[in-house]
Design a protein around this ligand. Structure first.
Ligand code: BG6
Length: 455
C-alpha cells in the first residue's frame, strides 16, 4: 500500500528540520523515494515556496547523514511544498485541501505526520475529518509523547481510531529505529553466552541511561508541560527496558515481539506510594527557568532517575534503574547489565550495550594480573560497531529507517497502543505518588552528572 507523499504538520519545527527532512533527503538520495513523491511542510509562518526550500537546504547541509550535494538537493527540492495555516482551526483545512488539489496531490494517499505538541493532535484529526482526507490508504504518524497523560492519550487514540484504520496509525518512538536497540534481540537470543545468564540468578542490576548534553533549546513551550518522565522515560526508556527484559518471542513476527514486550509492562511491580523517594529522584538544571517559553517558577523535571522492578520469574528482585537528563556532562545512551560477583575477591562482570554516540558492545571480565600470584584485575573486550567506516556509512538514521518502514507498511519498529496505555498508567501512578508524598526537586549544575541524590 504505497503512499504518494507526506504532509508534515509542524513543518517549520525542530523535528522537521533536524530529523524528518534529512531522513527524506537521504531516502531520496538512495533512490528509495519515488521521483514523483510529494512533501508538504505545514506551518504558521509566512514563507514563500522558495523561502521554505532555502531554509530546508541550510538544514540539510548541517544534518544530512549522507554528504549534501547541490545537484541532489536541486532535484529533491522539486518534491517540497509549503502551506501556511493555523492547525488548530478547523476552517483552515478546506484551504489545505484546495492547495493539495491545485498541486495535483491526492489527499487520501498521503501520510499525515503529526510533528507537533500533543495539544494539537485532536484539532488536527478533527480538521482532517472535516475535509474527509481519509480512505483505507491514508496513514498517520504521531510523535510521542502520545498525549500528556493516560486520559489525553486515550482521547487522542479514540479520535484517531474513529477516523483512521487501526493498521494505518503509526506511533513513532524513534529509539526503536536505532541500530543498537534493534540489535539487542540478536545479542540476547543468538548468543548462548548471554542468553543463558540473562536472569536474576546471574544479574544484579540493569541500568538504562540516556544522557543529553543539550538543554531544551527552542522547545521550552512543549517541554515545560512534559518534563523528562513523559518526554523520555514513558516511551524511549520503557521501550528499551521491555526489549532487554522480555521473554524470547514465540517467533520473529512483529506481533509476537510486541506481545512479549507487552508482558514486561504488565509485570512492572507497582511502586508503594509512601516509598516513592526510594525509587524516584527528580532534578532540574540551574538556569532552566530562564529558558525561552519556560515558566519562571517551573517545577518541571529535566532529570529523572527511576528504579523499577519486574515482578516475574526471570527478574524478581533485580532493580532496573532508568536515568535521563538534559544539560548533563555528556551525550551518551547505553544499557549496562551488571552481573553478580563470583567471590569476594573480584567484582562482577558487566555487559555494556552502547547505543549512542558510539554503537557497540563491551564485556568486562576478571583475569589474573600477569606476573602476580593471584591478583585479579578487570579487563574488557570492546566491539565498536560504529568505528567501522562501512557500517557507519550504511547505517540509516532512526527516522530514515522508520519513515521508510511506514511507507512500506511495516509496523514492526513502531510502538503500539497497549504499550502506551500500560506505560502511561504506570507513570501516572508514579507522578501522583510523587506529588502527594515527595515533590522534591533537586537542582543541579549544568555539565554535571545530574543531582548528587540521583539513584
Ligand atoms: C526526543 C525528546 O524524543 O528525543 C527530546 O523529545 C530528546 O527531548 C530526544 O532530546 C533525544 O533523541 P536522540 O535521538 O538525540 O537521543
Amino acid at each position: 500500500m504505497k503512499n504518494n507523499g507526506i504532509v508534515i504538520f509542524g513543518g517549520t519545527g525542530d523535528l522537521a528540520y533536524r530529523k524528518l527532512f534529512p531522513a527524506l533527503y537521504n531516502l531520496f538520495c538512495l533512490g528509495k523515494l519515488p521521483r514523483d513523491y510529494r512533501i508538504v511542510g505545514i506551518g504558521r509562518r509566512d514563507y514563500s515556496q522558495e523561502d521554505y526550500k532555502n531554509i530546508v537546504r541550510d538544514w540539510m547541509k548541517d544534518f544530512s547523514r549522507l554528504k549534501y550535494t547541490e545537484s541532489d538537493f536541486n532535484e529533491f527540492k522539486e518534491l517540497i511544498h509549503y502551506y501556511e495555516m493555523d492547525m488548530s482551526k478547523e476552517e483552515d483545512y478546506n484551504g489545505l485541501i484546495d492547495f493539495l488539489n491545485n498541486q495535483g496531490i491526492i489527499k487520501s494517499e498521503l501520510i499525515y505526520y503529526y510533528a507537533v505538541s500533543p495539544q494539537l493532535f485532536l484539532p488536527i484529526t478533527n480538521g482532517l475529518k472535516k475535509v474527509q482526507c481519509c480512505t483505507g490508504k491514508t496513514k498517520v504518524i504521531i510523535e510521542k509523547p502520545f498525549g500528556e497523560n493516560i486520559e489525553s492519550a486515550e482521547k487522542v487514540y479514540d479520535s484517531l481510531r474513529e477516523y483512521f484504520k487501526d493498521e494505518n496509525i503509526y506511533h513513532i518512538d524513534h529509539y526503536l529505529g536505532k541500530e543498537m536497540i534493534i540489535n539487542i534481540m540478536t545479542l540476547r537470543f543468538e548468543n548462548a553466552i548471554f542468553s543463558g545468564v540473562w536472569n536474576k540468578d546471574f544479574i544484579e542490576k540493569v541500568e538504562i541511561n540516556a544522557y543529553e548534553s543539550v538543554g531544551v533549546d527552542s522547545r521550552g513551550g512543549y517541554y515545560d508541560k512534559s518534563g523528562a518522565l513523559a518526554d523520555m522515560v514513558q516511551n524511549h526508556l520503557f521501550q528499551i527496558m521491555s526489549i532487554v527484559a522480555m521473554e524470547k518471542p514465540e517467533d520473529s513476527s512483529s506481533y509476537m515481539i510486541k506481545e512479549a514486550q507487552g508482558e514486561v509492562f504488565k509485570s512492572l511491580k507497582p511502586i508503594i506510594s509512601e516509598n516513592i523517594d526510594e525509587n524516584l529522584v527528580m532534578g532540574q538544571y540551574k538556569g532552566y527557568r530562564e529558558e525561552e517559553k519556560v515558566n519562571s517558577d517551573s517545577t518541571t523535571e529535566t532529570y529523572v532517575s527511576l528504579k523499577v522492578e519486574i515482578d516475574n520469574d526471570r527478574w524478581r528482585g533485580v532493580p532496573f534503574i532508568l536515568r535521563t537528563g538534559k544539560k548533563l556532562h555528556t551525550r551518551e545512551s547505553e544499557v549496562v547489565i551488571s552481573f553478580k560477583s563470583m567471590s569476594k575477591n573480584a567484582g562482577g562482570n558487566s555487559i555494556i550495550i552502547k547505543i549512542q554516540p558510539d554503537e557497540g558492545v563491551k564485556l568486562d571480565f576478571n583475569i589474573k594480573k600477569p606476573g602476580t600470584e593471584n591478583q585479579i584485575e578487570k579487563v574488557g573486550m570492546d566491539f565498536c560497531q560504529s568505528c567501522i567506516l562501512e557500517n557507519r556509512e550504511n547505517t540509516p538514521e532512526a527516522y530514515e529507517r522508520l519513515l521508510y518502514a511506514c511507507m512500506e507498511s511495516d509496523r514492526s519498529l513502531f510502538s503500539q497502543w497497549n504499550h502506551i496505555e500500560l506505560s502511561w498508567n504506570y507513570i501516572n501512578n508514579i507522578i501522583d505518588s510523587y506529588k502527594k508524598y515527595s515533590n522534591k526537586l533537586y537542582m543541579y549544575e549544568q555539565g554535571t552528572k545530574g543531582p548528587k541524590e540521583a539513584l
